[in-house]
Design a protein around this ligand. Structure first.
Ligand code: ARG
Length: 635
């Protein structure tokens, strides 16, 4: 029921440079750019050879298929009228067999209409494994910090986003042949973990049968028992609150101190490598990760134990971070702590506490260094919620100052934080259950799956549905894919930085810009192809005849795929692929309404249209695959 794994035609980055993209001829924009540039040079001289012709797809077929929009900006710098300039350059354009003679419109747009044959040739050139996606020859790795759960904490929707978005970006870079490192920067080290560990050991809990809920409870208990209330005691003393209250508060404070001391002692032993403690600590991690992998399995996300490089991994590198900053004169003492100051902000970045302890930021500095120097990361992308914006700004700036953003071959690595927005409930506040608790990831996924199965089952009752009569297990499998697609697509199709309202009804709808809508368009192409009774070879060799307006528009939409993918690796905005796929599905539906496929007038037209269907099917499957979404053949 799922699409066959899409095999990337490119081997990973190492030798990506050897692989010339298989489809230089596929993208008409490239051809147009060359022709317009030549005309600019012919009209204005060779010193204008670098002018960008600004080729854009037309918003309205009335203005042709593409426009060259360079004239407005260029005319300004030349002190000329844009329309005159456009006319002069247009007169020098020779599109040959590619396009009709250009037309000038408005203030100086040059409208371009491709010849149907040229369009067909471009599409034929795109029809290979690459589907118009070009390889990115940059040999540096792309490092993606994703998931980032904390040990002993229940997973919630925020982790869902960090995982889904990170995985999609990783897939998109891999699709372009880049070497990607997925780094799960687990919160698996430090005092909070030691507190839980101490709490669990003190209460005699059997760590081998530990469930995440137990762990969670221990986390809360540990936090509670270490909570002192010195201000309360002060007030009680000052206001003569009575001996009972004072004794109670004294006890609470003493107990908190004891709990904290015990946790600190545990941490010291853990840091020292006490084998028994290390073994128990590992059990906490395993327990947390078991439920992470359960969710990840459902989500079809590519993340495993090999991607774990948590805070603990960097623990031995922290003293060196401090030394390096001190030696470089970039850190100064402040009340016993060591801080990095920035001229443009009030708060410094603390990299060592006054008690000698290290911080979250210290670990992140070690991680930047590792990722750029040892993993050779040219782009290091942190998919972490927006509330950590200041943290990453400070860490990145500190890393840049000390030069840890320089790759081994002296390139400046790009350090980026993709601070995604919060998932909101109906009330426009962070998503909570009715009882006010955080919504667990598991409950969310279970509901989506249930909804997906219901929707598919309901459709299958129709006798004409391709799913009619399928065994229940198969219906359930398709339904699961639909439910998960609904969640993932909703998460990816919005501008990442914006908060969004979690609306399950809208997400699972088969209409609108949703995952299920795209899956449905894919399944529809699969059905048409299946009904044709022809095998793929017979279809793939058919000459493409693009006569009807909707056929042309569909062809143009297909040809934009490579660009849509490249845009995401540039802008790190996966929603662009979503928008692209949605437009493609709409173009396909318009085509399908206007152009009978199996009932076409003649055999050639039918085969040509089947070939279009097959391309649409492959592009949607590929596009969903790079978003980490399955494309079932039947729905
Ligand atoms: N564990 C962190 C948290 O829950 C997220 C980790 C993000 N990655 C990083 N390199 N700091 O807040």
């Amino acid at each position: 029921m799922v699409n066959p794994p899409v095999v990337s035609p490119y081997t990973p980055a190492m030798n990506a440079t050897d692989q010339t993209p298989s489809t230089p001829a596929a993208d008409p924009v490239e051809h147009l750019r060359v022709a317009v540039r030549q005309a600019i040079v012919a009209a204005l001289g060779t010193e204008y050879a670098d002018v960008d012709p600004v080729i854009r797809a037309s918003q309205n077929p009335q203005f042709g298929d593409f426009q060259a929009n360079f004239a407005m900006a260029l005319a300004k710098s030349l002190g000329r009228k844009p329309r005159d300039l456009a006319t002069e350059v247009a007169a020098a354009i020779d599109f040959g067999d590619l396009a009709d003679p250009p037309e000038i419109a408005g203030p100086g747009f040059i409208n371009i209409r491709l010849k149907p044959d040229a369009l067909a040739r471009c599409l034929e050139a795109m029809d290979d494994d690459a589907l118009g996606v070009t390889a990115d020859p940059d040999p540096h790795a792309v490092v993606i910090d994703l998931c980032g759960v904390k040990v002993a904490k229940e997973l919630h929707v925020g982790h869902l986003r960090a995982t889904i978005i990170g995985d999609a970006l990783a897939r998109i870079f891999e699709r372009r042949g880049r070497l990607v490192h997925r780094e799960n920067h687990l919160g698996d080290w430090g005092l909070p973990i030691a507190m839980v560990l101490h709490e669990l050991r003190a209460s005699g809990t059997n760590l081998d049968t530990l469930q995440l809920a137990d762990l969670n409870r221990a986390y809360r208990d540990a936090q509670l028992s270490a909570r002192a209330d010195p201000r309360g005691l002060e007030t009680a003393l000052r206001t003569h609150a009575g001996p009972h209250r004072i004794i109670e508060l004294r006890e609470q404070n003493a107990g908190a101190q004891d709990a904290l001391d015990a946790a600190k002692a545990t941490l010291v032993r853990l840091q020292g490598g006490d084998p028994e403690l290390v073994r128990d600590w590992q059990k906490l991690i395993d327990c947390t990760m078991r439920s992470v992998y359960e969710a990840i399995d459902l989500l079809n996300v590519d993340l495993g134990p090999e991607n774990n490089r948590g805070e603990s991994f960097y623990r031995d590198r922290l003293p060196d971070v401090i030394d390096a900053f001190a030696r470089a004169g970039l850190a100064e003492e402040d009340d016993g702590a060591l801080v990095v100051r920035f001229p443009d902000r009030e708060r410094p970045l603390v990299i060592r506490k006054s008690d000698g302890g290290f911080l979250y930021a210290t670990t992140d500095l070690a991680a930047v260094r590792y990722r750029v120097h040892e993993l050779n990361g040219g782009r290091v992308i942190y998919v972490v919620d927006a509330r950590q914006r200041d943290h990453f700004r400070d860490v990145f700036d500190a890393a840049r100052r000390i030069g840890w953003d320089q790759t081994p071959d002296h390139r400046t690595a790009e350090l980026v934080h993709i601070g995604f927005g919060t998932v909101l409930g109906d009330d426009k506040r962070p998503l909570k259950t009715r009882s006010g608790r955080n919504v667990t990831l598991r409950s969310l996924l279970d509901e989506a799956i249930e909804r997906g199965i219901d929707a598919v089952r309901e459709r299958a009752t129709d006798e004409r549905a391709p799913t009619h009569g399928l065994p229940d297990a198969e219906i359930a499998r398709i339904g699961r894919a639909v439910g998960i697609a609904a969640i993932k697509y909703a998460d990816l199709s919005n501008d990442l930085v914006r908060d969004y309202v979690f609306d399950m009804d809208r997400m699972v709808a088969f209409e609108g810009n949703t995952g299920p809508y795209l899956q449905y368009a894919h399944a529809r192409t699969a059905r048409i192809l299946g009904d044709s009774g022809l095998d793929d070879d017979a279809i793939d060799d058919a000459p493409l005849l693009l006569r009807e307006p909707t056929e042309k528009l569909l062809a143009l939409a297909l040809l934009r795929y490579g660009q849509a993918v490249a845009q995401v690796t540039d802008s790190l905005e996966p929603h662009r692929v979503c928008t692209y796929l949605y437009d493609l599905a709409n173009a396909f539906n318009a085509f399908y309404q206007q152009c009978p496929v199996l009932k076409a007038d003649d055999d050639e037209t039918m085969r040509s249209r089947l070939r279009l269907c097959r391309l649409v099917r492959r592009v949607i499957a590929d596009g969903l695959n790079i978003l980490g979404i399955e494309a079932p053949d039947r729905m």
